[in-house]
Design a binder for this molecule. Sequence first.
Ligand code: 2RA
Length: 353
Amino acid sequence: HRPSLAVVGATGAIGGVMLRILSQHADVWGEVRLVASPRSAGRKLTVRGEESEVLALTEDVFDGVDVALFLVPDEVSAHWAPIAAAKGVVVIDDSAAFRLDDDVPLVVPEINAHAARLRPRGIVASPNCTTLSLIVAVGALHAEFGLRELIVSSYQAVSGAGRDGVAALREQLALVAGTELGTQPGDVRRALGDDAAAADSPFAAPIALNVVPWAGTDAGDGWSSEEIAIREECRKVLGMPDLKTTATCVYVPVVATHSMSVHARFENEVAVAKAHEILATAPGVVLFDSPASGDFPTPSDVVGTDPTWVGRVRRSMDDPHVLEMFLCGDNLRKGAALNVAQIAESVAAEFPR
Ligand code: 2RA
């Protein structure tokens, strides 16, 4: 039979992208059930060309479901994913709740597809958006050159912080547009400070006319949770628990698509021509690297697309083992919904036809 699917969090930012992906991909599913908080239940959404009513998240909603996609905040997943799994549902979870648990595989199909088959708790986790964009490119280079160290700086889009992040950027941009703000220390902060909408911002500083070097929560010793997530998730997906990894995570006034500058040191000496060859053929990667003709990825040019776009590939002038590059990946597509859909489709293939 064709397995049945539940999409939990169907009304959220990632849920919306998931419904589009399910409508675009080869259809491997029987019934598709849309689920959200009781507040959103009763809304009608379209998936696979059919309108469907959103059901409230309850234990019973998982009756008869084979696979459930959880596209919800950490605390919702932490509570509900084990409930669904206990009913025999295979859960593919996009939250951070289980990513680093030893008995939950963390899967990027281009890198470690096999890991999804061993899931003792019935839960498979999908990495953070920053990890995902990064790892399809770096993992391909690792297979050839042998990765030894990663140093990453991110330029993250506001939709990483959900619909509130996008709302904050739009509201703040409206307040600063056409002004002379951004010329005096603190003038942007002051101009936004009393605005109620700006006060609701999920960002630690103004995001209009600015960049904000803080993403997530305090992880101790000066690190943000997003920086630790990149380190631990890259180690887990690559199966390299001792990989040296340092990240600095920064929000920028971009709506969707995260960018990263990457310094990767390898065991073997690297050559740009060989790196180009690998990146040009790696699944999930597009090489776009002719900077003299203006060909390099930018978030506003690649938003809405599936792959990680890589450009500015250079060999370090000081170390023949080091590649520098710049990459962009849509944090809502591969960075979230697409990777979850890819894992789910590989699980669907396990069901007898
Ligand atoms: C972000 N990775 O991009 C975080 C949460 N999705 O903001």
